[in-house]
Design a binder for this molecule. Structure first.
Ligand code: HEC
Length: 191
């Protein structure tokens, strides 16, 4: 919509500045960088070799269920998550679901990341958006039968996964709650 008169344009600008509408909706990439460190994202999402592009994927995670590869999470439109909207990212982290609705394997520690509060998820997304896009293709996981079937994860999630953000314990002080949040939600120390 284009305002027809300069007065209306001025009024809209004034409303935007005073109400701070657009700023509130945008994540803070700098804070997101700090949260990404606390969450150890780079470790699983970067290949283990000298000169590897951070967050471009390829790190092998060997588990009893097979080998998982952290995917490319740079903002490349096809190789990474460049086509994602903020709500796609929030759903991936909170519900362990791909934009197409398929379930993620819990090798991606979303059972902990689900506790990350919305404001922090927005900052993390803003940080990932600020990275240089890498065209490096994500590798397929190597999972023996039947672990490769994502639909089976529905059962696992039903048994073991309880989504939802961290709720501070009112009987504890703010520092204890902050520590508990960092350990449980971002640090995925319990996994
Ligand atoms: C312990 C290893 C590990 C850590 C730590 C980790 N991830 Fe991942 N992540 C994975 C794996 C493995 C997948 C792929 C899961 C699948 O294919 O089902 C994944 C998938 C993703 C996806 C979906 C990508 C896509 O293309 O669908 C996003 C987004 C993501 N991770 C973001 C993050 C962020 C942000 C952090 C830090 C807060 C993080 N990850 C930390 C292992 C990890």
């Amino acid at each position: 919509m284009r305002p027809r008169s300069p007065a209306l344009a001025g009024l809209l600008l004034f409303a935007g500045l005073v109400l701070n509408v657009p700023a509130a909706a945008q994540g803070d990439a700098k804070r997101g960088a700090y949260l990404a460190k606390a969450g150890g994202c780079v470790g699983c999402h970067t290949e283990e070799r000298n000169g590897a592009t951070p967050f471009a994927g390829g790190r092998a995670l060997k588990t009893p269920f097979g080998t998982f590869y952290g995917p490319n999470i740079t903002p490349h439109a096809t190789a990474g998550i460049g086509a994602w909207k903020e709500h796609d990212f929030i759903r991936a982290m909170r519900e362990g679901r791909r934009p197409d609705g398929a379930h993620y394997f819990p090798a991606f520690p979303y059972p902990s990341f689900t506790r990350i509060v919305d404001a922090d998820l927005k900052d993390l997304f803003a940080f990932l958006r600020s990275l240089p896009p890498s065209s490096q293709a994500s590798r397929e996981h190597e999972l023996p039968f039947p672990f490769g079937y994502r639909f089976l994860l529905w059962g696992w999630k039903w048994l073991f996964f309880s989504p939802g953000p961290f709720a501070p314990d009112p009987s504890r002080d703010a520092r204890l709650n902050r520590g508990a949040y960092l350990v449980d939600a971002l640090g995925h120390c319990g996994e």
